[in-house]
Design a protein around this ligand. Sequence first.
Ligand code: COI
Length: 355
Amino acid sequence: MSHNPTDTFEIKKAATSKIDSVDFENLPFGSIFTDHMMYCDYKDGQWGTPVIEPYAPIPMDPSSRVFHYGQAIFEGMKAYKDEQDEIWLFRPDQNFIRFNKSATRLAMPEVPEPVFMEGLKQLINIDKDWVKKGKGNSLYLRPFMIATGHGVIASPSAQYRFMIIMSPAKSYYQGEVKVLIAEHYSRAANGGIGAAKAAGNYSAQFYPTRLANEQGYQQVIWTDDATHTKLEEAGTMNVFFKINDTLYTAPTSERILDGVTRKSILELAKRDNIKLEVRSVLVAELLEAAKDGSLKEIFGAGTAAVINPIIGFAYQDNYYELPKQENPIALEIKDKLTNIQHKLAEDTFGWTVKI
Ligand code: COI
């Protein structure tokens, strides 16, 4: 399909903005949305004209496949405003590639690059006042695709809607994060959809995460489904462990999401000679390291969560609090990463893309 979205975008602007009613200092994550949204419908084997219009509920047929079979995928990205008021995306190519990999795995059509990229750029430009300056501020971008085809037959839809909505964001977690290591439930299995950013991967975690919340833990660290002995990822983030002076993170697989923040940390560590090994850490090894004092830090990494220190973990009936570090590597890496994202440090990787 040929698309020249700069010519073809249909734009209907909102008559008024709700920006003045937003308290940008107190933003519960992902619950306030900007004035506009973007969508593009897929029908009869092709993508239609992308539309930008005021943010509003969308009419849906109750038999749409997304409601019955969860045929839905999404991405999480952020836009940042630098001191000169320029707006930047961070590695949008990676999100685009992963989005279409998720689409293929869920038997959905690939979204053309101009629809995805121009959609983001045009939407951000229209709502650019919603991107606030300063570290800690960002505009969270949520591209997603849902199956809109009618009928409850259990087969892929013939119609889809690709959409982008945007939400001003500060931190994902309020306060300290403690995690529970999964013993019974699992996030994904080999051959399943764990590597895709499929909606169902997240809703499947809600119940076990609620049980963890009831015990005072904000997240679960998932273990492999077959043996529950290998530490894999947390609900909203990939995880890193610092044991002695080395960082460890699990290899990506059919069960583990190939996180953009995770992969950026690997590249930063390589550039700056931070000792890092990509290999599975075993639960037994973590318990041993917690007991003998060699476990120094655990942190999560993701677009929404950025880099989030984890202060302790529970396994079976025991809770292990991590020792306080004077100069935690989690914060050092977070600083390096967010300085690049906010254009406060040279982007030696070419990760940042101007809007
Ligand atoms: C992100 O970090 O952007 C994600 O997609 C995780 C989401 C569950 C908030």
